[in-house]
Design a protein around this ligand. Structure first.
Ligand code: DX5
Ligand code: ZN
Length: 218
């Protein structure tokens, strides 16, 4: 079982002070920052773009940028996000595109590659790509907005991806994103998740160090 990683989502931070949000994460000794990129088309919301990542780098952030592209046309943005400082780029399985080629292009840009699936998408949709990714992101809410309630019905999907991982000896992380707090993370962990995106509950926490410690102990 991979060690747990807490990846705070900057979407829930102060958008007028994003570099400060990234600094809060690194001061806690955490290594990852989750960046939610939305296009107003694949999801009904907008967030930020490559220039935001580049600015965070200019402001000195050395965090691992875990970049989640909620885009209908992610292939148009691999190069800009890689140049801007993304370390991992995750694309969704739902848009009709040549996923294998896009995943290859992510790796050719020197980034790790991830594939994400929405709550309504069956696990078997990502099965053909498991040997081409470093991470499977099982969305535990319908993407687009922070602060939504965790969906219990996604747990069997986490378990299924975990079974494939062990049966096939795959080296990949299983990430969950949406409505994650300690209690929901425990249930995801029991089903095989090892990477936990936390937006609202991270930035709203009164004691973020205690929260980070509780995730490290999952
Ligand atoms: C949902 C985003 C999530 C979101 C999680 O569209 O992909 O990363 O920021 O936020 P919380 O933790 O608030 O559910
Ligand atoms: Zn996300």
């Amino acid at each position: 079982m991979n060690a747990p990683i807490l990846a705070p989502s900057l979407l829930a931070g102060d958008h007028g002070a994003l570099a400060d949000g990234a600094a809060i994460v690194s001061r806690l000794g955490l290594a990852w920052l989750h960046l939610d990129i939305m296009d107003g088309h694949f999801v009904p919301n907008l967030s930020f773009g490559p220039e935001t990542l580049a600015a965070l780098r200019r402001h000195g952030s050395t965090l691992f940028f875990d970049t989640h592209l909620m885009l209908s046309e992610p292939h148009l943005f691999i190069d800009p996000f890689a140049r801007a400082g993304a370390n991992r780029i995750t694309i969704h399985i739902e848009p009709a595109l040549d996923h294998a080629t896009v995943l290859k292009s992510i790796r050719a840009h020197g980034c790790e590659a991830g594939i994400a699936l929405n709550p309504g998408t069956p696990a078997k949709a990502v099965e053909p790509f498991l040997d081409q990714v470093d991470l499977v992101l099982v969305m535990t809410v319908q993407p687009g907005f922070g602060g939504q309630a965790f969906r219990e019905d996604t747990l069997p999907k986490i378990a299924q991806v975990n079974r494939w991982r062990s049966e096939r000896g795959l080296d990949l992380r299983i990430e969950v994103d949406g409505g994650i707090e300690h209690s929901t993370a425990v249930r995801c962990r029991a089903n095989g998740a090892d990477t936990f995106v936390v937006g609202t509950h991270f930035f709203a926490a009164r004691d973020r160090a205690a929260l980070a410690a509780s995730f490290a102990a999952l």
